[in-house]
Design a protein around this ligand. Sequence first.
Ligand SMILES: [Zn+2]
Length: 149
Amino acid sequence: MEPVLCLNCYDFFPPSPRHKNQSYCMKPECRRAKKAAWKRAKMQTDPQFRKDQQLSNKKWVQNNPGFWRRYRKRNPEKTERNRILQRIRNQRRRAKRQKTGVVCSPLIAKVDASIPNRFGMVGQFWLVPVIAKVDPLKVNIVEIPMCYQ
Ligand SMILES: [Zn+2]
């Protein structure tokens, strides 16, 4: 079988003959990424699943007071990223309420420093649409070696 490019780590891997359309390799971090992608999709399409998750998260927060305060202190770069995305959501909400549809926000926020791999990862970026009403899109920009062009 043809090797497949993993959607998380961008390494080629031999796909399992039992799993059609396998798009993530078997590394633990890629399995986690696959599960997170599945959950994101499920949250958008299944209202009951979303409701159950919200209830579960609420219970967890009640049982772990102070977790998010400590998390923000430990991860200032993620805190900053979330502030930027929340600011964008607030501006969108305001623009929708005023029915102007005009959103003044930073267009692109660089999130992570570059991660080296064999494709020469340049970095991860958030593409934030200004006109179209879709969610910000996380993109990985990689250098493609001459042999793949
Ligand atoms: Zn992978």
